[in-house]
Write a protein that binds this ligand. Structure first.
Ligand SMILES: [Mg+2]
Length: 407
């Protein structure tokens, strides 16, 4: 079990505060992993309350908030090694609530029968592994092939916090929709898909919030200020994502997180029209426009002609806190009207219905989705007489993964 963390002010190296305004009990504000059982549920409610107030918080719970959204391998391994019976029980309960999308694949197929699937994919941590250098978050060629294969059968969109051009540079598939900057910059396919789905002809920019362009000079200025103010923090990397600025801290020593939080907050105070949100190992400065990945999902469904339709099944796969907006959007559609899949090895509060542990499992899931034999269910055409070798390989991979999970 994870040891309770020490007082954050001491651990983070920021000046100790006389008291913390955060309502979390004791000094362990957001323990990772979360406390289990009934007390765990209560603590989770407190944690939610804390996170809702994140922009107003000081370094104390700012650091804890960063920890909560950014589990590290070391903490996760320590938690796993020290996991007691209660933790195992809670983990099993979490898996019961958010079962593996691979294990429940047949159930998802049954739910999608006679309906058009629309696939939404986050990029970092979903299609590519989380790596130290955000500029080196490349996806594998096999993952690219799986996404390409899915896009042949279903409208497919990449929804990312990165700017659209950058995420396109990683994915390199012109037949997809791209929603960059958390959905604030959406563009249709640059070339027609080979599938028969919606007239995915070349389209220009589909959407940018009306006031978004007003923010561009401000975002430029904030980017410069953040580069300047975080220069003294080793490992901090500031990325201009056009309609938002990302401050990556995956290479920053945890003792410096408090200082980084204060630096970002300090800059943000000068820009009341911008807000701070958090993702996995990243702080993000965004316009105060009411737009997020959930709105982008709804917009794309509408653009594809599925507004108010029940014969469509959106599937969203993502690993990040910002993906929760999309999972909630699916929940709002009603029971069985969407499939949210969280990519995570560890129990997390989520509005997703299913889980996958890592990008390798996402690859497998996408491969199976585009299995010609299964695609038959969705597009009503006869399956090929023989299953391809890749399908056989996928089945073997699936068996290996399921067996590994069972151990
Ligand atoms: Mg992600």
């Amino acid at each position: 079990m994870a040891k309770p963390s020490v007082a954050v002010a001491e651990a983070s190296g920021v000046p100790a505060q006389a008291s913390c305004s955060c309502p979390c009990p004791g000094t362990t504000l957001f323990p990772y992993p979360p406390p289990r059982g009934a007390s765990g549920i209560a603590a989770a409610a407190v944690r939610r309350k804390c996170l809702q107030a994140e922009v107003g918080g000081g370094a104390c719970w700012g650091v804890e908030s960063m920890r909560a959204s950014s589990p590290t391998h070391a903490r996760a391994a320590a938690a796993l090694a020290g996991a007691g019976a209660d933790e195992e029980e809670e983990r099993a309960a979490w898996m019961a609530r958010h079962p593996s999308a691979l294990g429940k694949f047949e159930r998802i197929v049954a739910a999608s029968e006679g309906r058009r699937i629309v696939m939404f994919l986050d990029y970092d941590g979903t299609l590519s592994p989380i790596v130290d250098d955000p500029d080196a978050a490349f996806m594998s060629e096999t993952m690219r092939m799986a996404v390409r294969s899915v896009a042949k059968h279903f409208p497919t969109a990449i929804v990312s916090g990165r700017c659209r051009d950058k995420v396109f540079g990683f994915v390199k598939l012109a037949e997809l929709y791209y929603a960059g900057s958390h959905g604030m910059d959406i563009k249709g396919p640059a070339k027609a898909s080979s599938s028969r789905h919606e007239k995915a002809k070349a389209k220009g920019v589909l959407f940018q919030p009306a006031t978004a362009s007003e923010f561009l000079p401000m975002i430029e200025a904030v980017h410069e200020r953040l580069v300047e103010t975080t220069r003294s923090i080793p490992g901090a990397k500031v990325e201009n994502n056009r309609f938002c600025v990302s401050v990556h801290f995956r290479c920053v020593d945890e003792k410096m997180w408090g200082e980084l939080w204060e630096s970002v907050k300090g800059v943000l105070r000068e820009y009341p029209r911008l807000r701070l949100t958090q993702g996995r190992m990243v702080l993000e400065v965004r316009p105060t426009i009411k737009w997020d990945k959930g709105k982008a999902l709804e917009f794309l469904l509408e653009s594809l002609g599925f507004a108010g339709c029940t014969n469509v099944l959106p599937v969203y796969i993502g690993d990040d806190r910002t993906d929760e907006d999309a999972f909630r959007a699916l929940r709002r559609r009603g029971q069985g009207q969407g499939v949210g899949i969280l990519v995570s090895k560890h129990p997390k509060e989520t509005s997703a219905s299913y889980s996958l542990q890592e990008p390798a499992e996402v690859h497998l899931y996408l491969s199976i989705c585009s299995d010609p034999a299964r695609v038959y269910v969705h597009i009503s055409r006869p399956p090929p007489p023989l299953l391809s070798l890749s399908v056989v390989l996928c089945s073997r991979q699936l068996m290996r993964l399921l067996l590994r999970r069972r151990r």
